[in-house]
Design a protein around this ligand. Structure first.
Ligand SMILES: Cc1cc2nc3c(=O)[nH]c(=O)nc-3n(C[C@H](O)[C@H](O)[C@H](O)COP(=O)(O)OP(=O)(O)OC[C@H]3O[C@@H](n4cnc5c(N)ncnc54)[C@H](O)[C@@H]3O)c2cc1C
Length: 408
């Protein structure tokens, strides 16, 4: 009767869960993906230290694994919430993974699977088999079958190859009911859909989003970390970053996502690390690098191959062997036409609720969670923020969740 439910197993949800559990409270994490870690699992490096984000996640996984107070349900979603603070009845649906706990991640199933599907972890830039490991560091380290692509009984190649009887095509969705005292909603965000930005040539293969850039630069990404032009694999001589691509714009996301400037500065270092002669052009409205991030901005700005142009990009055009970024440089009043090999659109963070709203949760006009008694929002589900701020926010959310339990 003193359980705290955490919806979303990204960095905010993990923080809230472990902080509450280590204080002695029972916690249930409900995560819709087959793995924990959220968007942070897709990042190549963290600004400003430029260290690998997975180290931090692994520490959380270790704390969670060794804490019997935390129960994790992946591939799970909250279907309904009834009741009030101190006494919520929650229905959870668990979708079938078609792979059971016998899985040893030996990969033999993947080797025999004849079907491919787009790899959503890498934003469709490569493919996985219909049976796959979501990514090589996935926690839990368990394979999953995509029922949209798997031929199941018509094929059975993986079933025959698996020595551990880990594959079960007969798994069905399950529902379960839990009673909890408080709920932390940490459902995070998804990248703003770049296909809405018609003037920025979003369908062109060499115009990618900032999250695609994270995967392109990742050692376990589609190019094993080599940043190359997607259409032809050409090495990069010049690249443009378009800030506020759909952000601070009444027609798209009216708010600032708080991290895109820093993400671009970080990604400029990815390019410069690989290409000592490459030119990086950053088109921006204002660079938002507040507080301790100012030093990081200054460091990247000091690189003479990183050119910052204050001006909103009006258009991207295709040219012979490249792209042309058209903007007005507001410092000089001159209209610029910069030719580059490829473009990265710094798209903002849109709350996950834009895709699916959890019944019983209230949202504001943008889709951020509105807290109410017993229901606490944490991380980007509450407002756009970087990881350190999400950690702090979620620690506060754990305290608020505990207060409701103690009031019971
Ligand atoms: C290009 C880019 C680069 C960035 N780089 C950095 C960086 O270097 N350093 C930094 O500090 N920050 C960075 N950020 C910001 C960072 O990604 C966020 O701060 C962080 O992801 C927020 O964590 P979260 O847990 O709130 O959300 P998420 O990471 O989105 O996690 C939310 C989790 O909830 C799950 N979920 C969603 N809906 C449901 C549902 N209905 N039911 C169950 N589960 C659900 C999701 O599957 C996900 O696992 C970057 C952002 C961008 C766009």
């Amino acid at each position: 009767m003193s359980t705290i439910l955490v919806i979303g197993g990204g960095i905010a949800g993990l923080t809230a869960a472990i902080e509450a559990a280590e204080t002695g409270y029972d916690v249930i994490i409900v995560e819709k993906n087959p793995y924990l870690g959220g968007r942070v699992a897709q990042l190549r490096k963290y600004f400003p230290k430029l260290c690998p984000p997975y180290c931090g996640l692994e520490i959380f996984f270790k704390r969670i694994k060794s804490n019997p107070k935390v129960k994790i349900f992946t591939m799970a979603e909250v279907v309904s919430i009834e009741g009030e603070a101190g006494n919520f009845d929650v229905t959870i649906k668990i979708n079938p993974r078609y792979v059971n706990d016998n899985c040893t991640a030996c990969n033999e199933c993947v080797e025999v699977c004849p079907v491919e599907r787009p790899n959503e972890f890498n934003f469709g830039m490569d493919k996985t088999k219909a049976i796959y490991l979501p990514h090589e560091m996935a926690f839990p380290l368990k394979y999953v079958i995509d029922p949209e692509y798997c031929k199941k009984d018509e094929c059975k190649a993986c079933l025959s190859a698996c020595k551990y009887s880990a594959i079960d095509f007969n798994m069905e969705p399950k529902t379960m009911k839990v009673n909890v005292s408080s709920i932390v909603v940490a459902t995070g965000w998804k990248p703003y859909d770049a296909s809405n930005l018609d003037n920025l040539l979003p369908e062109h293969p060499d115009v990618i989003t900032n999250m695609m850039m994270e995967r392109l630069a990742a050692y376990n990404g589609p190019t094993k970390g080599k940043i190359v032009r997607p259409s032809d694999g050409k090495e990069i001589e010049s690249i443009a970053f378009v800030q506020c691509a759909g952000s601070r714009d009444e027609n798209h996301l009216p708010y600032c996502s708080a991290v895109c400037c820093l993400a671009t500065l970080k990604q400029a270092t990815y390019v410069r690390e690989q290409y000592p002669d490459a030119k990086v052009y950053i088109f921006y409205i204002d660079i938002r690098a507040l507080g301790r991030y100012e030093d990081f901005f200054a460091k990247v700005q000091a690189d003479e191959n990183v050119v910052l142009i204050k001006g909103k990009v009006a258009k991207i055009e295709e040219s012979e062997d490249g792209l042309i970024v058209i903007a007005e440089d507001t410092a000089t009043g001159v209209k610029t036409r910069q030719k580059v090999d490829m473009v990265v659109l710094a798209t903002g963070m849109q709350p996950s609720s834009s895709e699916y709203k959890i019944p019983g949760i209230e949202y504001d006009d943008y889709g951020f969670v509105v807290p109410k008694d017993g229901i606490i929002a944490a991380g980007v589900a509450r407002k756009p923020a970087d990881v350190a701020s999400c950690n702090e926010d979620a620690t506060g959310a754990a305290l608020k969740a505990i207060q409701v339990v103690r009031r019971r």
